[in-house]
Design a protein around this ligand. Structure first.
Ligand code: ATP
Length: 441
């Protein structure tokens, strides 16, 4: 595999050599593992360095952290650590050596380990092990390869389960028959990799997967682990395709017993995909859209408000996410009706849409195909979103208006006048304030 490693960016190659050198010094063999190896062979960029150490992974990470002056986070229970790297890596002990990092920011380091699942879907019991044990705990053959980076074996592929051949034949294959029983989240992972790479889940693995789906194995997984896997599915390049495959293989009762996805709902997701592209063409510079959340909002559309609340509680979504999901569900029919009307005033559009997040606005635009609503949302994005009066508090003070709660009223009036085209410039705003305060309003 040396020739593959030599194609990596130079900074990354230097880091690998330094890791390998330290591993040899500490007599703890080091390997690149997981998705990094898979993507290296596929020729896909992947800068999530995943290293396994035969020995004490945390002690190794600590030494490497000192050498790289990196911030280290330890997870003792699993014998793993993460190093966060600075932009400019100053190598300790070699005052002349600095590496400008362009491609990589963090390194995950793990002790090679053996995992035993005491019960189906439980968290595994972890004990230190060798590289073979570590490969055996992995999900699929294509993710179970390792490349040695220490000593004279630098660049040697360790491929116990023939992952390289499965990569070449585009196959997703589990390592043993109890794989989905031990960890049913692998059902979602199998679908995710299959759809991402346009591979096929090979027939025996598919049978095992379908059996686990029939037994509703996903329902017994801890909700937060399920949530994380679900979010990864929705963050993939083509979430509609992913969701459609999940629909065919497992369905969505693991999310909520009432959650189904009809063809109509799937159309909504396709609409969401189009609207996300629209947003990204026009407004990507404003802020990054959390597109996975828009898809999730679309999927939950069939549920009632109370059911969506249950879903959010059970899966413990962070409050900001929960708020956005519920605000879509909670939109009053009156607001939708107004937005579908021709005669709605700009200030009313602003009032209805400004409090909503971009994720909710995109879901709204995808769901209601009414022409007026489409135009109103477009004009909101183009002209009204984020609009504030030219006048500031300082200007009001200069006009001799004592600060107080009435400031908000003045700003609201100014904004309304501005949106409805009654004032344009700061001078016109000031004239309006003078008029308003004279009236004593
Ligand atoms: P991605 O490209 O999506 O990041 P990845 O393969 O790097 O894919 P991670 O979730 O970062 O995926 O996991 C890293 C590695 O850890 C995987 O390649 C796999 O070997 C192993 N792994 C992760 N989750 C599981 C699991 N549920 N069961 C077994 N092995 C797993």
């Amino acid at each position: 595999m040396k020739e593959y490693l030599e194609k990596l960016p130079k900074d990354l190659q230097e880091i690998l050599h330094l890791i390998g050198k330290l591993a040899a010094e500490m007599d703890m063999p080091a390997y690149l593992v997981g998705g990094f190896v898979r993507d290296l062979i596929l020729g896909v960029d992947n800068f999530d360095l995943d290293i396994v150490i035969e020995g004490d992974g945390i002690a190794f990470a600590e030494k490497l952290g000192e050498k790289f002056n990196a911030k280290i986070t330890r997870h003792r229970r699993f014998g793993t650590a993460t190093l966060a790297l600075a932009h400019k890596l100053k190598i300790d002990g070699s005052p002349l050596l600095t590496i400008d990092l362009e491609s990589i920011r963090k390194i995950d380091i793990a002790t090679a380990r053996k995992e035993i699942y005491p019960h189906p879907a439980s968290l595994p019991e972890v004990t230190p092990g060798c590289l073979e044990d570590d490969a055996f705990r992995r999900d699929f053959t294509i993710n179970a390869m390792a490349i040695s980076i220490s000593g004279k074996n630098y660049g040697k592929l360790v491929d116990i389960f023939n992952g390289k051949a499965d990569l070449a034949h585009k196959k997703i294959r589990v390592l043993h028959d109890l794989s989905f029983v031990d960890d049913p989240t692998r059902i979602l992972r199998a679908i995710r990799f299959e759809q991402r790479f346009n591979f096929r889940i090979e027939p025996h693995t598919l049978k095992l997967l379908q059996k686990s789906c029939r037994e509703k194995a996903l329902n017994s997984v801890e909700p937060q682990r399920l949530r994380d896997e679900l979010v990864l599915v929705l963050k993939e390049y083509d979430p509609v395709r992913q969701v459609n495959r999940v629909r065919k293989l497992s369905g969505f009762t693991f999310m909520h017993p009432r959650l189904t996805l009809s063809d109509k709902q799937l159309e909504l997701l396709k609409g969401i995909s189009r609207e996300i592209s629209w947003f990204e063409r026009q407004y990507a510079h404003r802020r990054q859209l959390e597109s996975w959340l828009v898809y999730l909002i679309g999927m939950l559309d069939v549920l009632k408000l109370a059911q969506v609340r249950d879903f959010c509680r059970r899966f413990a979504f962070p409050s900001g996410v929960k708020k956005r999901i519920l605000s879509f569900k909670d939109l009053s029919p009156r607001i939708i009706k107004n937005l579908c009307g021709k005669n709605i005033k700009p200030s009313q559009i602003f009032q209805a849409l400004e409090p909503l997040s971009y994720e909710v606005l995109i879901a709204l635009k995808a769901k209601y195909r009414n022409i007026c609503l489409q135009k109103n949302i477009q004009v909101f994005f183009k002209e009204f979103n984020g609009l504030r009066p030219h006048t500031k508090g300082e200007d009001l003070r200069k006009l001799g208006i004592e600060p107080g709660p009435h400031y908000k009223k003045i700003f609201d009036s100014l904004l309304k006048a501005r949106l409805n085209g009654k004032v344009k410039t700061k001078e016109e705003e000031i004239a309006l304030i003078t008029k308003l305060t004279k009236k004593g309003s």
